[in-house]
Write a protein that binds this ligand. Structure first.
Ligand code: C2E
Ligand code: CA
Ligand code: CA
Length: 397
């Protein structure tokens, strides 16, 4: 089919709920409705616009010269109007739900190929999924959706194939310089030899079901490491918000501690402060349940989550970790220093221990010590280390 100069939208429209109609009304009625769908769709098409019925019963149209947002709005408003009245199906007013997918063809496109049709179909599927009249294919957005899918797929395989590893970063006493604990941080050793930090995968993981096996694996690995390292006072694992609400979290933690015969108080679960934004009451009771099982709870990235101090009063936690953004800047910025001081004071007034994260210099160590911070974590001491290196440096004496 020839395309035109200038740019034009290619569109595929379809009935959004055809399968459902077949199920509820039967094949004969569905056929009638589909005929009505084509009848109305044809009214939408201007005489000069090439159109075609596709094999799967969808309708393809090239809207010649329609290329701007206002033009598209006019065209879709007409489509909406044409399908706004229900069809009289044997005396029953039955709506015909239409959805459309658009893709913009630039003026140089001379033929409509499979790629363009696939893109319009993708946009149509998106419209059906999000229950909207239409969607426009967005190349950049599509790329990121595709990339995310690929990443997710690889991550699922990685989790099953043991490509994930925990690294260990020491937590140090500011005055004595002694080891008081460690945080387990995830790394992904990919098949092509790269070591990826969580910034490359944790957001995608946390939006999807794979975060569950990943987190259970992290808890199990951390607890098994605690069993192997009796000299390590405590080890922290990150517990992402969706899993704090998971019914299984309590039993996973409990079972791991029992299997490896580890004292619960040696395990700390780090949850971020922003969990308090949604359903704080449920979160509070979950935290209390976990805490009563003997494990310690730490609030990570404290100061960034805007949680209400009213909840803070009743928070069943043991430790606050001051977000590294404040610690990194506290020597250069009076305002950040004030926040660090305030958090330490607040925590101590509630008998909580305070960890300063992001300690990179001797000056930051001195300052944190002066402010009575209880534990320090940061590159000044060490980056997260593989288990064998951590053991050599901190546990072999
Ligand atoms: P986080 O829990 O706040 O972990 C601290 C991050 O700060 C770590 O980054 C650590 O390497 C980094 N860090 C430590 N000391 C310093 C320092 O002195 N300066 C600077 N600039 N950074 C420092 P990492 O390992 O890349 O982890 C990033 C985030 O990914 C973590 O932030 C955590 O939110 C998430 N994450 C890591 N491991 C896990 C995991 O096992 N499960 C889940 N759900 N999230 C994880
Ligand atoms: Ca953490
Ligand atoms: Ca943190």
């Amino acid at each position: 089919m020839p395309a035109t100069n200038p740019a034009s939208y290619l569109c595929i429209i379809g009935m959004a709920d055809y399968e459902e109609i077949v199920d509820t009304h039967g094949t004969e009625s569905a056929k009638l409705l589909r005929e009505e769908f084509f009848h109305r769709a044809k009214q939408w098409v201007r005489p000069s616009d090439p159109s075609n019925v596709l094999r799967d019963g969808r309708f393809l149209v090239l809207l010649k010269g329609v290329s701007t947002a206002p033009q598209l709005q006019l065209a879709t408003a007409k489509l909406k109007r044409l399908f706004s009245t229900p069809y009289n199906l044997f005396g029953e007013e039955t709506p015909i739900k239409v959805c459309a997918g658009f893709v913009l063809l630039d003026g140089d496109t001379t033929t409509i190929g499979q790629t363009e049709i696939q893109r319009a179909r993708k946009a149509l599927r998106q419209a059906v999924r999000s229950d909207r009249l239409y969607e426009v294919f967005d190349e950049l957005n599509q790329q990121s959706v595709d990339q995310e899918k690929q990443l997710l797929n690889a991550l699922e395989i990685a989790t099953a194939n043991g490509e994930l590893q925990l690294y260990y970063q020491p937590k140090i006493h500011p005055a004595y310089g002694s080891l008081v604990g460690a945080e387990a941080l995830m790394r992904w050793h990919t098949q092509d030899g790269k070591v990826l930090t969580p910034e490359h995968f944790i957001d995608v993981a946390e939006k999807n079901a794979v975060i569950r096996p990943m987190t259970w694996w992290a808890i199990k690995t951390a607890v098994s490491q605690l069993a192997r390292w009796p000299k390590l006072p405590s080890l922290s694992v990150n517990l992402p918000p969706p899993l704090l609400m998971d019914d299984e979290v309590l039993s996973v933690v409990h079972d791991c501690l029992e299997i490896y015969d580890v004292t619960p108080s040696r395990l700390t679960l780090e949850v971020t402060e922003n969990i308090m934004i949604t359903s704080p009451d449920i979160i509070l009771s979950k935290l209390a349940q976990l805490q009563s099982s003997g494990v310690k709870i730490s609030i990570d990235d404290f100061g960034t989550g805007f949680s209400s101090l009213a909840y803070f009063r009743d928070l069943p936690v043991n430790e606050l970790k001051i977000d590294k953004s404040f610690v990194l800047k506290m020597l250069a910025s009076e305002k950040d220093l004030i926040i660090v001081k305030a958090v330490i004071e607040l925590a101590h007034n509630f008998s909580l221990s305070v960890v300063a994260e992001g300690v990179e210099t001797q000056a930051a160590v001195n300052k944190s010590n002066e402010l009575n911070c209880d534990q320090l974590q940061g590159y000044y001491f060490d980056r997260p280390l593989v288990a064998s290196d951590f053991e050599k440096r901190y546990l072999n004496n």
